[in-house]
Write a protein that binds this ligand. Structure first.
Ligand code: PGA
Length: 251
């Protein structure tokens, strides 16, 4: 099995206007000056996917959507298909981010259907899982994350078309992070789950997400079975994002 290539993805969430494309350009400039070994992605709001994909063409930085509908087309006002994201230049799409699970009542079955849609359209699905603070306090983390993983990954998932992001809900946007031991425990359990179900389970990239910042990236990215990061707030500015890329992206 080939070594897993690190992957660092920025999730801009509901932030970013046309002027923010300057940050993507700034990031591209840094990449050009010092090419990282890691694969890099940015997931802007849907309104910016096409423009960002055009801006980043040929830079090696991929663009992703933050969500997609399970269907390829149809009467679903306001929704965006995986095919439309692909057409706009995306290569990734996040599915099952905890903010989608919470704000839009997405279940594991919904997330699985969306990941399948991503594969149908030729996108890499970045499937997000993670426990709430109440679940961690109740010692249910491994049970919850394993169940989410089982329910959210479609049978057609492969190491090439699917990435898993472990994002503890209580660590997202809070400045709090799990200990390295806690991250290692969850990532090891996810790896075991993937190996048991998929022939190429060893090859799936497992990202950590939740308050990854320039000052904690190095230690989090050094944890066993952490193949990269899904970064929210610190991905909005190229100058904050770059040290995180440096933490995993250079050998
Ligand atoms: P954060 O968000 O880095 O701002 O905590 C991470 C995420 O939700 O993907």
């Amino acid at each position: 099995m080939a070594a897993r290539r690190p992957l660092i993805v920025g999730n801009w969430k509901m932030n970013g206007l046309t002027a923010s494309l300057g940050e993507a350009t700034a990031l591209a400039g840094k990449v050009k000056a010092q090419t990282p070994a890691a694969e890099l992605g940015l997931c802007p709001p849907a309104t910016l996917v096409a423009a960002m994909a055009a801006t980043l063409k040929g830079t090696g930085i991929g663009v992703g959507g933050q969500d997609c509908h399970a269907k390829a087309s149809g009467a679903h006002t306001g929704d965006i298909s995986a095919e439309a994201l692909k057409d706009a230049g995306a290569i990734y799409v996040l599915t099952g981010h905890s903010e989608r699970r919470t704000d839009h009542a997405e279940t594991d079955a919904t997330v699985r259907a969306k990941a399948q849609a991503a594969h149908r359209a030729g996108l890499i699905a970045i499937v997000c899982v993670g426990e709430t603070l109440a679940q961690r306090d109740a010692n249910e983390t491994l049970k919850v994350v394993s169940a989410q993983l089982r329910g959210s990954l479609p049978d057609d998932a492969t190491a090439a078309n699917t990435v898993v992001a472990y994002e503890p809900v209580w660590a997202i946007g809070t400045g709090r992070t799990p200990t390295e031991a806690q991250v290692a425990e969850v990532h090891a359990a996810m790896r075991q789950e993937l190996k048991a179900r998929f022939d190429d389970g060893e090859g799936f990239r497992l990202l950590y997400g939740g308050s990854v910042k320039p000052d904690n990236a190095k230690s989090l990215m050094a944890v066993a079975d952490v193949d990269g990061a899904l970064v929210g707030g610190a991905s909005l500015k190229a100058n904050d994002f770059w040290p995180i890329i440096e933490a995993k992206g250079f050998k």
